[in-house]
Design a protein around this ligand. Structure first.
Ligand code: SAM
Ligand code: SF4
Length: 331
């Protein structure tokens, strides 16, 4: 079985937002006041999530990423990890987390079968980290990174959203993190997801900037295969370093032609593309495997060829992009 869309792309990857709740309020993800939270009953139960994963696995989904909101704030998350790994056909289970609670969870997650983590970290300066996340302390995240390395949740990837006027001067510090430790530092372009127009327009910066910083510092970036398999990042290494540098540029270089992912939102809507508004609720078809699998195929069959995120923030389509922030869709 394979999930191939109308543009010939094979889909073997499902990203699941297990909650819209978060213990941070990052400037590029939420407004000042946070988000209006979904009522508890609107969020898919773990049983419901597992049903979707099992149906997807029969169709060819083999990779799962648990994300959010912040997945580690949802009670029982370790049990969900254990259950997902026991589903036939699932060969890779990863999590994206802000790392605040990771030191506490790393050993249990590993034992339950989690393969690896991506940790979001946009500044190495405590005050700036607090400003970007609007409330976060840096040290617990650094402890979470150490715990992930110690408990072999590898490759340990760090996600850095590059923001002009906010953290771009730290680019070299992040590049240098790969020299001494087995860390995979990935710079991501700021995306106009949700209603963050102003932030996006003021702070978007193309990742060409990172290549310049590396060059000016005399660091050569040599292409290497992606750690941990396929994905949208271009991957490089600084010769002699232990880690890698990833560049994920959804805006300056589209990678839609290699997109292999579907998404399940916290309230149970299937989305074929992060950017567009199109989504279908799974709840009406739960309990009926054939109908659920038909829904997965239907969502895939209308997957657009590409997103329309542009550097100037102006979407080149009459159809609007999503107004739903990343914490609700699952980044
Ligand atoms: N709370 C977890 C975390 O922060 O890692 C998981 C959810 S978060 C929405 C997933 C990823 O989306 C993070 O790495 C975050 O940096 C990224 N993200 C959120 N909003 C973004 C935006 N507007 N542009 C680019 N990346 C964004
Ligand atoms: Fe929370 Fe992650 Fe969004 Fe930051 S990026 S507010 S940590 S969901």
């Amino acid at each position: 079985m394979a999930l191939i869309d109308a543009h010939g792309r094979n889909h073997d990857y499902l990203r699941i937002s297990v909650t819209d709740r978060c213990n941070l309020r990052c400037v590029y993800c939420m407004g000042d006041e946070g988000i209006e939270q979904l009522p508890h009953d609107d969020i898919l139960s773990y049983e419901e999530i597992l049903e979707v994963v099992a149906a997807g696995a029969e169709l060819g989904i083999s990779k799962i990423r648990i994300t959010g909101g912040e997945p580690l704030v949802r009670r029982g998350i370790v049990g969900l990890v254990r259950e997902i790994t026991s589903i036939t056909g699932i060969t890779d289970l990863a999590m994206t987390t802000n790392g605040i609670l990771l030191a506490r969870f790393a050993a249990k997650l590993k034992k339950a079968g989690l393969n690896r983590v991506n940790i979001s970290l946009d500044s190495l300066q405590p005050e700036k980290y607090k400003r970007i996340t609007r409330c976060g302390e840096l040290q617990p995240v650094l402890d979470g990174i150490e715990a992930a390395l110690e408990h072999d949740l590898k490759p340990v990837k760090l996600n850095i959203v590059l923001m002009k006027g906010i953290n771009e001067r730290e680019a070299l510090d992040f590049l240098q993190m790969t020299l001494e430790k087995e860390l995979h530092v990935r710079f991501i372009e700021y995306m106009p997801i949700g209603d963050h127009d102003r932030g996006y327009r003021n702070h978007y910066l193309s990742l060409g900037y990172i290549e310049e910083v590396a060059k000016n510092a005399g660091l050569s970036l040599s292409p290497v295969p992606l750690p941990g398999g396929a994905g949208p990042a271009e991957s490089y290494t600084i010769p002699g370093s232990k880690g890698t540098v990833g560049l994920i540029h959804p805006i300056s270089k589209h990678f839609c032609d290699s997109c292999n992912r579907l998404r399940l939102t916290a309230e149970g809507n299937l989305k074929a593309c992060l950017y567009w508004q199109d989504e279908k609720p799974v709840r009406p078809v739960l309990g009926n495997k054939e109908a659920l699998q038909a829904l997965i195929r239907e969502v895939l069959s209308s997957k657009p060829v590409e997103h329309q995120m542009a550097p100037d923030g102006i979407c080149g389509s009459v159809k609007p992009g999503t107004m739903r922030g990343m914490s609700k869709t699952g980044g």
